[in-house]
Design a protein around this ligand. Structure first.
Ligand code: ATP
Ligand code: AMO
Length: 436
């Protein structure tokens, strides 16, 4: 493809005769007859040295340079102990491709402490910071590896609608929209569609998608627009087959990041531990016992783990070398699409994965008997009419199946060690933020 000629800063070899680089002006150091320009591209930084006596014309031109201008430099690389990366450029050509307005509302190069909301207000600039860019290049590598695992295992990559007539996860958290002259909603989950595809004989599917939740939260792990990784597979013996898939795919993706994202992990100061051992699978009752005996902690709602409980469990297992643990079998968990097997060794076939003390995914074996589903819906007060398309689809022969939904933003938050989920999203949405 015809493009402006340049190579990345990291690819500049000290013994090359002449190279072209381009990027943003990260830093300017003016020492009188000497100007150091640090140029930043996606892959790193390089120093360009302008000397008045050596290249008077270019030296004159660089006097007007400003922070974040976009420049292109052609020059000769020379080794230098003081330059970042150990090599600097002696310029032969210097060109400004675009000037940046000033002053900058946010410092890019200097490590000044700004609060998250200021950073997000100025996200376009914040995203330029090398350590922020590293979060998203790491995300790209992580999800490419995740999808690679599913592609190689023969899962079909699917796309389900984001506009829906009703919700999958219950009514209160839906964003209403106007769909021509009718009321509709933004999708909470691909749940119903991935199950319909099991009925349709697709056998194993995955989707890297988006889910919307109109929760009125103010936490560091909730957002309104969620990047969701959904999986569904048929002909399972039970929910353990689903957990196996999740465990192996997550291990594969984390291993790929540990191997292929060294630069990003370095920039983020993360020492990523790949969970090579089997993930512990404990029952919900065992989790409650553990919280009580080890920490004297009782979740307020005895049918769910609270935030503190998840955190304590996470710490407990992480200390034993297990960053990821499955909690299996939530009691009284009556949900129309979940299996609830009489006399099972566990109360329900639902599981959550806790990764580094945070709920990362929920899943389980599904109920594929439509009559049972109709009964549970009636008990729960779910409006069956909204689900007719789904119930009908499953009524024409559905293999036993199960799956899970994994919050990609939470995964990235935990892998990169960020305090807030919003830092793991380029342009996050919460109850107060609709811009940028
Ligand atoms: P999901 O709702 O998708 O299952 P989640 O992480 O929100 O994922 P929950 O079981 O709903 O899981 O909640 C886990 C913890 O998060 C709860 O213990 C609760 O304290 C907290 N939490 C959930 N929703 C909210 C909210 N809207 N505001 C504050 N805290 C919340
Ligand atoms: P659930 O509602 O538990 O399950 O969602 C799955 C995962 O999505 C993430 N998540 C969120 N992340 C950020 N902000 C939020 N507001 C938020 N809500 C959920 C979490 C959570 O574990 N249909 C089922 C999945 C299934 O059974 O296949 C579902 O949506 O990481």
């Amino acid at each position: 493809l015809p493009m402006i000629e340049r190579i990345h800063t990291v690819d500049v070899e000290p013994d090359a005769e002449e190279v072209a680089i381009a990027g943003h002006v990260h830093e300017i150091r003016d020492l009188g007859g000497l100007v150091f320009l640090i140029v930043r591209d996606r892959e790193g930084l390089i120093q360009v040295v302008f000397k008045e006596e050596r290249e008077p014309d270019l030296f004159e031109a660089v006097q007007d340079v400003g922070s974040e201008d976009v420049v292109r430099v052609v020059g000769e690389p020379v080794e230098s102990g003081q330059a970042p990366g150990g090599v600097e450029l002696v310029p032969h050509e210097y060109e400004v491709l675009d000037e940046a307005a000033s002053p900058l509302p946010l410092e890019i190069a200097k490590d000044v402490d700004v609060d998250l909301s200021t950073r997000l207000d100025n996200r376009a600039l914040d995203l330029r910071k090398p350590e922020v860019l590293a979060v998203f290049t790491l995300r790209s590598k992580l999800m490419a590896a995740m999808e690679e695992w599913f592609d190689e295992e023969g899962f079909v990559d699917i796309k389900t609608p984001l506009i829906s007539k009703g919700g999958a996860e219950g009514g209160a958290e839906l964003f209403p929209i106007l769909y021509y002259d009718r009321d509709a909603f933004l999708s909470q989950s691909p749940q119903l569609y991935k199950q319909i595809l099991m009925a349709a004989g697709y056998e194993a599917v995955y989707e890297t998608g988006t889910a919307f939740r109109a929760e009125n939260f103010a936490t560091s792990r909730h957002v309104s627009e969620i990047a969701m990784f959904d999986v569904e597979l048929a002909y399972i013996e039970d929910h353990h087959d689903v957990m196996d898939v999740q465990e192996e795919s997550l291990r594969y993706a984390l291993r790929a990041v540990a191997e292929n994202a060294e630069r990003e992990l370095d920039l983020l100061d993360v020492d990523l531990e790949v969970p090579e051992d089997d993930f512990p699978r404990i029952t919900f009752d065992e989790a409650l016992d553990l919280l009580e005996t080890e920490f004297g902690h009782f979740p307020e709602d005895p049918t769910d783990l609270d935030t503190k409980g998840e955190k304590l469990l996470g710490e407990y297992f992480e200390e034993q070398g297990h960053p990821a643990v499955f909690v299996v079998g939530y009691p009284d968990e009556k949900f129309y699409y979940m299996q609830d097997v009489e006399g099972d060794e566990i109360a329900s076939r639902k599981f959550d994965l806790i990764y580094k003390g945070l709920e990362l995914s929920s899943g389980g074996q599904r109920q594929h008997n439509v009559d049972v589903m109709r009964e549970v819906m009636a008990e729960e007060g779910v409006e069956e009419a909204n689900f007719e398309f789904y119930l009908e689809a499953l009524d024409f022969g559905t293999p036993p199946h199960g799956g899970y939904g994994l919050g990609i933003d939470r995964l990235l938050q935990k892998v990169t060690g960020l305090d807030n989920i919003k830092e793991a999203i380029m342009f996050p949405r919460d109850p107060n933020r609709l811009e940028p």
